[in-house]
Design a protein around this ligand. Sequence first.
Ligand SMILES: C[S@@+](CC[C@H](N)C(=O)[O-])C[C@H]1O[C@@H](n2cnc3c(N)ncnc32)[C@H](O)[C@@H]1O
Length: 325
Amino acid sequence: MSSLIPQKLRQALRRNSIMHGAYMRLKRRFTSQLVGMTSKAEQDFCTRYGREIYSGEGDVVDLGCWLGSTTITLARGLSENNAFVRAGRTVHAYDLFVWSDWMNESLAGTGISGRFAEGESFLAEFERRSARYSEHIEPHAGDLTKIRWNGGPIEFLLVDAMKNWDLTNAIIHDFYPYLIPGKSLVMHQDFAFWLVPWIHVLQWRLRDHFEIYDDIQGSTSLVFKLTSPIPVELLTEKYSYKRFSRQDLNSAYEYFLDRVSPAKRPNVAAAKVLWFLDQNDVSEAGKVLNDLIQQGIPLTDEMLAAREMLESRKSAAEDLVDRVL
Ligand SMILES: C[S@@+](CC[C@H](N)C(=O)[O-])C[C@H]1O[C@@H](n2cnc3c(N)ncnc32)[C@H](O)[C@@H]1O
């Protein structure tokens, strides 16, 4: 989220849905930010990439496009880029296109709040919103753990669908092999988001083949450039918690906490706490949280969410012990 107004005021606004809706409407009108889970900075990056950087060597793929905030902005820039238009390529937009109630949170101030029921398709809404660029966009509705890529080179891969190990493995096995060394960008929209620790350890495992290309300020996105071919064994491995030692985990977080901008640090650090919470190791999660604070990670943003989840897990465990004894 970009910060046109201070974080505390934004949090207060969010608690009042009418005020929050009015604020979001005004903000979108003045900044022309599209409805989505992306900030204006991310949307601007997509347009600038499409217009100025894309070279025509491969396709553009958007994984987890939802209502198209990144698909549309990519297509907007690409439609002004001769290399894209001449090559007759399209932006491939992947999603289940099936509504979940948690998505309503990101609809403040839009005319579609409450329109979709859980489980309903929103593909038509995606198509309506992206209609202006429809000749440049191909939606792919389906589950990324089953759907396959067509096998052509991918010049730009936007990832906002590595929500669990299965999806992570599917994306690594089905899309990463088609990235072009020395050329392709991978934009991880969830990099500064704490509920997806597999993204950090994976990008660390692949660190010899990627460099950080852009740390988009005012957003959760980190953009990588593929610098050299990824060995096939790293592209076919089935990744899971068990595939990473404690030393790997420490190295991965040390590596990225040293490299991301200060604003992203608390959220990336909080993901290391989640690594243990997700495996029900509350005691280790507590130690990691304390170590991170000792190392100077501020107790802000998602570090606060990590502490809150830790405390609630601890009290749930204590309740259970009380009930058993
Ligand atoms: C955080 S939202 C994407 C938000 C979007 N990138 C934006 O910024 O507006 C994650 C998206 O991943 C999609 N998704 C989740 N699981 C999926 C799966 N197994 N296959 C395809 N898409 C999936 C969801 O439907 C959802 O639209």
